[in-house]
Design a binder for this molecule. Structure first.
Ligand code: G3P
Ligand code: MG
Length: 235
């Protein structure tokens, strides 16, 4: 069974450094995070890069779609997935790799992501966890690399969540912690899934979610949440 850490730094330590950049991953390590969460999508020429939005505008100030930009023309701060893996290896950081495809490239992005992991993921790191809101991406990932663990990303647990998880062969459910009820947390845990919640930046909320059964908190402030959960462990 996949070993998940208690805390994952969302898009790196994104409260302290620009999200999904090498600087954010270094900052995550500096602040004690054992893993980071990253978003992977493809450039126009099919290179997997780490970027949340379809457009470069919000984070890089360039009004252009990633899907229409070749790797060579991307702003220098956008790391490739391969560069990111190499840094994670240096830093000793594990990773929740969210497959975040541009529209129409769902299956291709899932396949390329796991091909890259198979080629580049170092044995020195714990095995990664894939996740996606797009089941098509997870199914393509499963078909190409069934051995890499998968989690369904679900904004709100509702009827049919389990069928989704089973259809992609998931070991985990990653869900919006702000919308999760105690009963839903019990339902997910009793069904045997790892339960991760995003994006939780308040210590009190993190403690409640762990008490409800969450295995892992995905957060922009890993240092704060690590402290919050450490004090919980002592009580
Ligand atoms: O993977 C957890 C979280 O990152 C999902 O939402 O929009 O931040 O990628 P988003
Ligand atoms: Mg994400």
């Amino acid at each position: 069974m996949l070993q998940l850490p208690k805390v994952i730094a969302h898009r790196g330590a994104s409260a302290y450094a620009p999200e999904n950049t090498l600087a954010a991953f270094r900052e995550a390590r500096r602040r004690g995070a054992p893993w980071v969460e990253i978003d992977v999508k493809l450039t126009a020429d099919g290179i997997p890069v780490v970027m949340h939005d379809a457009s470069l505008k919000r984070t890089m100030g360039v009004d252009r779609l990633v899907a229409q930009t070749n790797r060579a023309d991307l702003p220098g701060d956008v790391p490739t997935f391969e560069e990111t893996i190499a840094l994670l290896a240096d830093l000793g950081l594990g990773c929740n790799v969210e497959i975040k495809p541009c529209e129409g490239r769902e299956a291709e992005t899932g396949r390329v992501t796991v091909e890259t992991l198979r080629r580049c993921w170092p044995a020195s790191l714990p095995p990664p966890l894939l996740s996606s809101f797009k089941d098509v991406s997870l199914i393509a990932a499963r078909d190409a690399a069934p051995e890499i663990a998968r989690a369904v990303l679900i904004d709100r647990i509702e009827e049919g969540w389990r069928a989704r998880a089973e259809a992609v062969g998931a070991v985990g459910v990653n869900t919006n912690g702000r919308k999760l009820t105690a009963a839903e947390a019990v339902e997910v845990k009793e069904a045997g899934y790892l339960l991760s919640v995003y994006t939780i930046n308040q210590p009190a909320v993190a403690r409640i979610l762990v008490a409800m059964g969450a295995d892992c908190i995905i957060t922009d402030v890993p240092d704060t949440i690590l402290v919050a959960l450490a004090s919980l462990a002592k009580t």
